[in-house]
Design a protein around this ligand. Structure first.
Ligand code: GSH
Length: 215
């Protein structure tokens, strides 16, 4: 399998964590932000990440579709164990909507900063501004304190759970942890201080998850 990703993409990182937790073999293709030609050839025109090329040559796009496919059959029980399938998928969907809505704004200035060329920085800004209005990335940078406050209040119940058990649904990571991981990893890549600003406990959980994947 080959995973096409931007390293900072929360959705790509979620898929990668699912692959890791399932112990599947894959390689990574870093998609250059301004050259998506390989992706276009592969997908017939879809230019977002993640995209997963399966061993049989089939191509999956959209992280939820990819994860649904990876978590079918016997793998389902490993990361969406019964009877928690409903709450696990619901938590993951909450991460990819309500939580993402705050965290991507917080991460965007740092992600823009990391790009090496002015073209990449300009296109990244343009893509955001087309959707969220002129100056939005600069505005999110100014509003960082307020966004950290919103993020803190969104993750508070999650932290209460993680103070009682190692992972969101018990002592083993599930698809819910993989999804939260994607968003926290995105923040960490944008600016490592952001994660500790929101909640230092999240770093402990990140390390636990990393240890779990390595073992
Ligand atoms: N619903 C899609 C969303 C994918 C998505 O928004 N990917 C972003 C990166 S996090 C992307 O590729 N954006 C295109 C761009 O920045 O030009 C999924 O879950 O895979």
């Amino acid at each position: 399998m080959k995973l096409y990703r931007f390293d900072y993409s929360c959705y790509a990182r979620k898929v990668q964590m699912v692959l890791d937790l399932l112990g599947l073999k894959y390689s990574i293709e870093e998609v250059p932000f301004l050259d998506r030609s390989k992706l276009i050839t592969l997908t017939g025109g879809y230019i977002q990440v993640p995209v997963l090329m399966m061993d049989d040559g089939s191509v999956l796009k959209d992280s939820r579709v990819i994860c649904k496919s990876l978590l079918s059959g016997e793998n389902a029980e490993r990361l969406t164990p019964s009877p928690w399938q409903g709450p696990i998928w619901a938590y993951a969907d909450w991460c990819d909507s309500t939580l993402e809505d705050v965290l991507f704004r917080l991460a965007s200035p740092g992600i823009r900063q990391r790009f090496k060329s002015v073209q990449e920085k300009a296109f990244f800004t343009y893509i955001k501004e087309r959707k969220f209005g002129e100056g939005c990335v600069d505005q999110w940078e100014r509003q960082s304190g307020e966004l950290v406050g919103k993020a803190r209040s969104l993750v508070r119940p999650t932290l209460e759970t993680l103070s009682r058990q190692a992972f969101l649904f018990g002592d083993q990571p599930t698809y819910a942890d993989a999804t939260l991981y994607g968003h926290i990893k995105m923040l960490q890549i944008a600016d490592p201080d952001l994660v500790t600003d929101i909640a230092p406990e999240l770093m402990l959980w990140l390390n636990r998850l990393a240890g779990f994947v390595r073992s």
